[in-house]
Design a protein around this ligand. Structure first.
Ligand SMILES: NC(=O)c1ccc[n+]([C@@H]2O[C@H](COP(=O)([O-])OP(=O)(O)OC[C@H]3O[C@@H](n4cnc5c(N)ncnc54)[C@H](O)[C@@H]3O)[C@@H](O)[C@H]2O)c1
Length: 343
């Protein structure tokens, strides 16, 4: 039986607990939140009558001695939670983002390495069927190598709460999903970024609700991102809307079910090379999907088999570096080089 303590019993913890109860051999043995009432409420709601409930992670870990910690706290508390988990010899699965600063991200990844524990991030928008299909299709070479990756993200939610007050809200709280998907689908190694942020008239955020960034993804690949969290009308999917241009064709994905591609064929129509539709093959049975549940299952599999999970911190830190590079570029008005994070 894999014993788990979950820390951070706010809004997202429901998704984690819903996933956890679908996994045989996993027991939630503790629930922690600074707000004791929240933790108690979750214990009641999920019928976790035997779980230890508390406000101090260290104390609950001492008492329950689990194998793993589920970290669903706010990013500012992530480093403290991670260090506590590793000090108690636990594996750690963390909500995105991995950390709230580059320094904290490196400290967490290093602490996992020194403790010899597995550490993974819930970068759940990579565990989406069409993201997997696109990566496989591009890898097949059917339209040549990807050269230009374009994503639009236009959603206008009224969350209330911390997001409306925080700095760099779009880049720091949401863009990591899109950046990670771009890096994954195009198999890129981020090398540099130029970014501008702005606050449109009519925005209900304090700072950074709109941003436009151009990334160098290495190997001649460029990724452009255009996003806003206060663009009413013609809402895109949460996954964003994509156009990927390759050497011999292009692919379009609306972020929902519409995924199509065209490939260049012999002959010309006037000044244009002829193109025709080409099928993007269906999901392969080995492709990993399933959002939070898929990621939790993967981490357990990695623990059981002594392997590394796909969204391990040491790899996910590269997507986070895209976020911090974009923020630095927006603040300084200059292109920022993204240092290669050693695995
Ligand atoms: N993967 C996704 O799709 C997705 C979606 C939304 C939010 N998130 C992420 O989930 C995380 C949590 O977001 P949320 O919306 O649940 O926030 P929330 O504010 O609703 O909940 C966070 C909880 O953590 C508790 N907390 C904070 N510091 C703590 C500490 N040191 N010890 C114990 N408890 C502590 C708070 O009291 C609160 O109950 C964030 O990192 C957010 O970015 C991910």
């Amino acid at each position: 039986m894999m014993k788990v303590v979950l820390v951070g019993c706010g809004a997202m913890s429901k998704q984690w607990l819903d996933a956890a109860r679908q996994i045989d051999g996993l027991a939630i043995v503790g629930l922690v939140d600074l707000d004791a009432e929240r933790a108690k409420a979750r214990a009641l709601e999920y019928n976790l009558t035997d779980a230890v409930v508390g406000t101090s992670l260290d104390a609950v870990l001492d008492q329950t001695r689990p194998d793993m910690v589920f970290d669903v706290v706010v990013p500012a508390a992530r480093r403290e939670v991670a260090l506590s988990a590793f000090a108690h010899n636990c594996h750690l699965l963390t909500e995105k983002p991995l950390a709230d600063s580059p320094e904290n991200a490196r400290a967490i990844v290093e602490a996992a390495r020194s403790a010899g524990r597995l550490h993974a991030v819930v970068q759940n928008r990579r565990y989406v069927a069409n993201v997997r299909r696109i990566r496989r299709f591009l890898d097949s070479g059917a339209i040549g190598r990807a050269t230009s990756i374009h994503a639009d993200f236009f959603v206008a939610p009224h969350f209330g709460g911390f997001r409306e007050e925080m700095a760099h809200v779009l880049l720091l709280d949401m863009a990591i999903h899109t950046f990670d998907a771009a890096r994954y689908m195009a198999d890129g190694e981020p090398a540099g970024v130029f970014c501008q942020e702005w606050e449109p008239a009519g925005s209900w955020y304090r700072q950074g609700s709109s941003a436009s960034a151009v990334f160098d993804l290495g190997g001649g690949k460029v990724f452009t991102y255009a996003g806003s969290w206060c663009a009413d009308g013609f809402r895109t999917s949460w996954e964003g809307s994509w156009r990927i241009v390759a050497e011999r064709g292009s692919l379009l994905w609306d972020g929902h079910d519409a995924l199509k591609a065209e490939v260049v064929v012999p002959g010309r129509d006037g000044i244009f090379d002829k193109t025709q539709p080409i099928e993007v093959p269906p999901l392969d049975p080995t492709d990993r999907i399933g959002g939070h549940l898929g990621i939790i299952r993967d981490l357990i599999h990695a623990i059981d088999t002594g392997t590394e999970p796909e969204t391990r911190g040491a790899d996910n830190i590269k997507s986070l570096a895209m976020v911090f590079g974009a923020i630095e570029s927006a603040e300084t008005g200059r292109r920022v080089a993204i240092a290669r994070e050693e695995p």
